[in-house]
Design a protein around this ligand. Sequence first.
Ligand SMILES: Nc1ncnc2c1ncn2[C@@H]1O[C@H](COP(=O)(O)OP(=O)(O)O)[C@@H](O)[C@H]1O
Ligand SMILES: [Mg+2]
Length: 346
Amino acid sequence: MSLSIGQVLRGRAASYHITKVLKAPTVFQAKIVPFEQSQIPKPAQLAVIKHFPADISSSQYRRELHNYSFESLAKSPYIRSMLDLVGHEDSPPADGTQQPKCMVFEWMDTDLWQLPSQPFRSGSQLPRIMAKSLLEALAVIADENGVHTDVNPNNVFLSGVDSPSPVVKLGDLGNLMGAGPMIKIRFQGVVIRAPEVWLDVPITPKADICWHIGLPDVLIFGFSDKVIEECTESWCIGKIIRLVGPIGNPDPAKTEIIDELALAEFLEKETFVRPGTDLEEKFIKVGTIRQELEKVDGPIEKECVDFIESLLVIDPGRRPSAREALAHPWLKMKSEEDADSDWSVD
Ligand SMILES: Nc1ncnc2c1ncn2[C@@H]1O[C@H](COP(=O)(O)OP(=O)(O)O)[C@@H](O)[C@H]1O
Ligand SMILES: [Mg+2]
């Protein structure tokens, strides 16, 4: 059974009063009801509760819980903190008051998906802080030889975006796994899938660097502008080819991938005549990544475009690691906001 609004859960550090459904049937907002002498800091009045009801596969839940057993991840200021556990006692209470198994996370104001990007495209420090924070989180994950595989705007959490010191954290470690070959399913959603995942070669932590860090308009890579039904995979690969360049050659034994790639190359090159207008159109309308980013209304700082371009390298061997990317000059620049508030007395 899922949790319900009004339910009170008793954790190890506090109790939690469920106040809102964030993502049915697994993610909830709760109010923290401290025990006396609670360990939870006073200002943290809200929390996020994650619970997987019995009819939903619990593998993501178990994986996320396991990933917080790495001290480096659990303690990173750039990864959403786990505050508490509910119902995870080694021996359940004899009186039948067993609580549902839940993880309790710190509350953040919003996720990136819900934050309008327009106000932050020009002159704001937020894109830089976001890129830095996500790279710091990925550097910690890379140190454990892990790959998050789901760095997308729903899993990037922000607080205090209009304050002088916004906080950005990466969350949702339910798809974080060890680097290596893919077994059965392809990693990453199609919109954020790295070229090496399309080619089905074993992945490294660099697969997380690719396509999302610092990107103001995330759907440039997606399939939302697809003009034909079906073939989503080839559509996405075709867009990468147009935006960045050829994605390399698959293993000749992997015939399905060879077919996917052949169709992607066709879509990237070819045009069609639209019925009704008789006008010739390209299947894939985007230009190069630089052309697309230069078109974004804002405008985006030139150095930010350079930064994004520096990450979008097809060959993971030549793509910067999270730590290498942290050294990019754009991340060291001051924004207009910083410069305005900067003053010194000699
Ligand atoms: N700490 C948080 N602060 C605010 N909203 C959150 C927080 N954690 C999760 N949410 C909301 O719940 C959604 C799902 O949470 P997430 O942990 O990504 O679960 P799932 O594994 O189901 O994707 C997020 O996209 C966000 O909208
Ligand atoms: Mg999520």
